[in-house]
Design a protein around this ligand. Structure first.
Ligand SMILES: Nc1ncnc2c1ncn2[C@@H]1O[C@H](COP(=O)(O)OP(=O)(O)O)[C@@H](O)[C@H]1O
Ligand SMILES: [Mg+2]
Length: 381
């Protein structure tokens, strides 16, 4: 059958046949193609709602497996599946690694207006864990988490995928202590020569300085900056650079690492946003001051991840080679990670209000919420 696809008012899928000119309904058995219907899954609870979709814990009725169902947001789409969703499916189907969330299949809703990603279910995400833990992760546990994130990233970057939204809420953990990178809604395949990509990516608190300053060249180094922020957050038990706006974010970065310059970052003077703002002079790196208890190897790794020049910044491979992971306290075995109660499934009372607040702030740091700094008047930061 050939012809124009359209949805009838009764939500039935039909085609106008180019041969007969008549409306032909697609029979039920032919509608789902290779995708199973979502009625094959029993929804158990709602576990998360982010920028692009709602996520449910569900049971696969056929296999009895517990899975996560991520419903793709379609509201703003009139012409089919949103491109971010297609990218997420395409990229995830091509990535197979212990530290990357596994996309098992794609399921469709009955009226074909909804699509669900069926993933392995992970009991925790690191954001809700951090918000609800009474004691911080031990350093051995931080090392265990970081090594897993870095292994997943090394594999991703070797496959020319840049994630572009790494943050604690996009890192999942199973009850076996296995950490999985998730949420590939903003991920992209890149190649040489580098093609310009939209600079409005990566949630603000985890956004690399080159993006804040308007670079058009995005490399895997933007993920590595985010990894530095995650590492700092796990160690400090609070977000490292919680900016309230693009400008404030740049300000916090400069307060922590000093003012960048052409000398340490060739190409810096040409960054577009610098036409509109001039940066405050701050000569000190305050990382050592903030993490006074951390060993030299730990400080070195943090500083390597926070190199201003993206070309000098640590890669996932460099980071895995760091002596920090080879010295005491040694990384704990994932199997020996403690299991945590599943906080996100229950609503907490009073102390939880704080965590809700933090969560809201985390979400409000989303790249979509901020205007364009380049249109700002030349401002002192
Ligand atoms: N496979 C999964 N298992 C368990 N929970 C998940 C899974 N995938 C996502 N979640 C939960 O849903 C939240 C939102 O999912 P995510 O993929 O990050 O979508 P969004 O693009 O909407 O941020 C996550 O922060 C996490 O809490
Ligand atoms: Mg997310």
């Amino acid at each position: 059958m050939s012809g124009m696809e359209r949805q009838t008012s009764t939500e039935k899928l039909a085609f106008v046949s180019m041969l007969s000119g008549e409306l032909q309904e697609v029979p039920e058995h032919a509608r789902l193609g290779k995708c199973r219907g979502v009625t094959d899954f029993e929804k158990l609870s709602r576990v998360g709602e982010g920028t692009y979709g709602i996520v449910y814990k569900a049971r696969d009725i056929r296999s009895d497996a517990t899975v996560a169902l991520k419903k793709m947001r379609m509201e703003r789409e009139k012409d089919g599946i949103p491109i971010s969703g297609l990218r997420e499916i395409d990229i995830l189907l091509n990535l197979r690694h212990d530290n990357i969330v596994e996309l098992r299949e794609v399921a469709v809703g009955k009226s074909l207006d909804s699509i669900f990603l069926v993933m392995d279910y992970c009991e925790q995400d690191l954001a809700s864990l951090l918000d609800n833990m009474s004691a911080p992760f031990s350093e051995a546990q931080v090392k265990c988490i970081m090594i897993q994130v870095l292994k997943g990233l090394r594999y991703m970057h070797e496959n020319f995928i840049v994630h572009r939204d790494l943050k604690v809420s996009n890192l999942l953990m199973t009850d076996k202590g296995s950490v999985k990178i998730a949420d590939f809604g903003l991920a992209r395949k890149y190649g040489l020569p580098l093609k310009p990509m939209t600079p409005r990516v990566v949630t603000l608190w985890y956004r690399a300085p080159e993006l804040l300053l308007g670079t058009k060249e995005q490399t895997v180094a933007i993920d590595m900056w985010s990894v530095g922020c995650i590492f700092g957050e796990l160690l400090a038990h609070r977000p490292l650079l919680p900016g309230r706006s693009d400008i404030h974010q740049i300000e916090l970065i400069i307060e922590m690492f000093g003012t960048p310059s052409e000398a340490i970052w060739p190409g810096f003077d040409e960054l577009p946003v610098l036409e509109n703002i001039s940066l405050k002079k701050q000569p000190y790196n305050n990382l050592k001051h903030m993490f006074s208890w951390l060993t030299d190897a730990g400080i070195r790794l943090l500083n390597f991840l926070f190199m201003y020049d993206p070309l000098k910044r640590a890669s996932a491979e460099d980071s895995l080679d760091s002596s920090y992971f080879k010295e005491q306290p040694y990384p704990c075995d994932p199997e020996l990670m403690p299991t945590f109660p599943q906080h996100r499934l229950k609503r907490k009372a009073a102390p939880g209000e704080k965590s809700e607040e933090r969560k809201q702030k985390r979400n409000s740091g989303s790249f979509q919420d901020f205007g364009n700094t380049s249109s700002a008047k030349k401002k002192k930061v």
